[in-house]
Design a protein. Structure first.
Length: 280
């Protein structure tokens, strides 16, 4: 079967080329099946495309792939015969920009300091009070999800209000469908909506007036005890704003670092005579 499929494959290639191209000829390129304008399509490539296929499917795949391969080369060759100076300039500029960008990323990754001091974060946070404003509320708290028929839910409510963690964790282990303690990590309204069946408007409204959100659906009751919160439109707490502040600092540091590196290279080139100035 394999030999039969390969015979059909090469018959398709030969037939395609005899009908549509004159580029197929006996050649010295080991393993090549097709030559077109100095480019080669290899048997190994075609074999890899037809592994496990029936002879009929192999014929179709080889015909389509070979045809597209040849058309791409012919179109590229035709396009190159109509060279456009402006396009060539754009291509060269883009090539240069890619090299420069890759080298800049290398320099930044290897040599630019990444740490941002606490004092820097505090200074920027204090200096830009209107920059760090919440577009959705954030909370810290405790979320317990229990079946609607769970026992001692009233006691759970009391434990949540007093934040009696040992009792809450024991109850959750025995009765809960879900339990999450995030009293040291901010969660956004969007994240809460993925856990509690409330829409954004209702979630925001409840957070404004309550520190306990309780919702039930047909199967479960969701109890969220808020231990800390900052509402939409308020200033971010500094620990929440820190990643954005660090991004600002590192972006500015990157600009200054690369400007200095360019200046250093330029000065070295002047000193070692790489850059030559000629008098008129």
């Amino acid at each position: 079967m394999k030999n039969k499929r390969q015979i059909i494959t090469w018959a398709v290639v030969a037939g395609f080329l005899l009908c549509g191209c004159t580029a197929f000829k006996k050649q010295n390129q080991a393993g090549a099946a097709v030559e077109l304008k100095g480019r080669y399509l290899y048997r190994s490539t075609l074999d890899s495309l037809t592994l496990g296929l029936s002879p009929e499917d192999s014929t179709r795949v080889v015909r389509q792939y070979t045809s597209q391969w040849a058309k791409d080369i012919l179109m590229e060759d035709k396009a190159s015969s109509h060279r456009n100076t402006e396009i060539e300039k754009m291509v060269e500029n883009y090539r240069q920009a890619l090299y420069v960008h890759a080298y800049e990323e290398y320099l930044v990754d290897r040599r630019m300091p990444k740490g941002v001091a606490d004092s820097t974060v505090e200074q920027i946070y204090s200096r830009m009070p209107d920059r760090f404003v919440l577009d959705e509320s954030i909370v810290k708290g405790i979320l317990v999800v229990v079946p609607n028929d769970a026992q001692k839910i009233d006691k759970l409510r009391g434990w949540l209000g007093k934040q009696e963690m040992d009792a809450i964790e024991k109850y959750a282990y025995q009765n809960a469908n879900g339990y999450e303690l995030f009293d040291e990590q901010w969660k956004t309204t969007t994240e809460l909506m993925s856990r509690i069946p409330l829409d954004r408007v209702e979630m925001e409204n409840r957070l404004r007036t309550k520190n306990r959100i309780e919702v039930s659906d047909t199967l479960k009751t969701y109890l969220l005890q808020v231990t800390d919160k900052h509402l939409r439109g308020e200033r971010m707490p500094m620990d929440y704003a820190r990643p954005e502040i660090e991004k600002i600092v590192l972006n500015q540091r990157r600009v200054e670092f690369l400007l200095k590196e360019r200046e250093r290279l330029y000065n070295e080139a002047i000193q070692d005579g790489t850059v030559k100035f000629y008098e008129n």
